[in-house]
Design a protein around this ligand. Sequence first.
Ligand code: ARG
Length: 468
Amino acid sequence: MSEQKKSGSEKLWGGRFAEGTAASVEAFSASIHYDSRLYKYDIAGSKAHATMLADRGILNAEELALIVEGLSAIEQEIEAGSFEFKRELEDIHMNIEKALVDRIGPAGAKLHSARSRNDQIALDFKMYLRDQCDIIAALLDDVRRSFVLLGRKYLGNFMPGYTHLQRAQPVQISHHMLAYFEMFGRDKERLLDCRKRLNLSPLGCAAMAGTGLPIDREQVAESLGFDGVTANSMDTSGDRDFAIEFTSCCTMIQLHLSRLSEELVLWSSQEFSFVDISDKFCTGSSIMPQKKNPDIPELIRGKSGRVVGSLMSLITLVKGLPLTYNRDLQEDKEPVFDTVDTVSASLSIMAELLENLQFNTKVMEEATRTGFITATDLADYLVVKDVPFREAHGIVGRSVAYCLDKGCELYELTVEELQQFSPVIEKDVFEVLSVEGSVNSRISTGGTGLKRVEEAVLNAEKQMGISK
Ligand code: ARG
């Protein structure tokens, strides 16, 4: 038998209840163990709300002063770790409100006028996510800065570019680094865009229909740094689009981190030996003494599973909900909090790892010398000499087959040997068959030619405020 409280009257909503809540129900429905994270926003929101209520004559000056002082004292207690959160008070809103009433009496009981927990939680959550957008955007910039520094450092060094994980065409290492600079740049834009859309205050929508009390929603919105107020109280009360959008922005970040991690795992393997991940970021094996494992990239790659999972949880959560607020929506916090923690930790450790990353430029360059990596350049060479591209493709294909047979690379053939496949080939062909020639010829916008990559590094440095 579950324990029952005699009456529901100690609850802030207990008036209409004859019996207390079952202990099992309290345990099942409480969210305080995770939504306590929102205390700062809950308190700031309550102060702004109380100030507006006073301006509107709903509270007097004395009551307002008591409320504001009381809330500040509660905030200090929470920060000092001396505040006692109570599970039977369900969530952060009621824990703070009850503590306020206990502390200052009847004035505290007036705070909830013209407000419901439905608009209150939307407010707290939006304010929290607004800050997280800024924090994660700054972490993205740390990672982007690392890529710009690597781009500058390895300018003029070559590596194979891959498609299908097969050596495809030689590229600048810097070009590869700046690819990630772009990816994480889009991530930042997406977050800031999400921030813009979520920055409308829900407060004053009350339970879902608005309120008859003479409130000023705009005043509260302005004092809390919102760009305005939401337009429809019913939409507002049941809306969690902003949480889904935020989590989907974070999912994209974690996916990018995961792809980067996969490359770091591959590149640090003996098979590639392209990079050395600093000892500080690796661990050994408990049984194989020779091993140095790239655990950090592996963990980041692994953690993308939980971020994707959180996005799935949120999407599924709202799927069948009728308007407006439903208690289901309380399930929105944990996936979002876990996403914030995972993405932030992954970004900061990745920035640190990149700062300590060393490329084995000799090995990388060596890898561009094999695998007929300049075959496309030979085809382009033929195109310039007026051979239709499809025909050129065939000529190069046959030359490669010949090399395979002979066990050599294209640049090791003589002009005479190459001329067997096309008479238009002349001595100048060796310029395009060289890695340098190949890379530096690719000066189309966005290409890997030295000139282009130099420009790109410079632009990126400007963007990140890095002066040379
Ligand atoms: N803890 C609730 C949540 O996170 C706050 C809103 C509760 N509203 C209600 N009508 N029970 O969604």
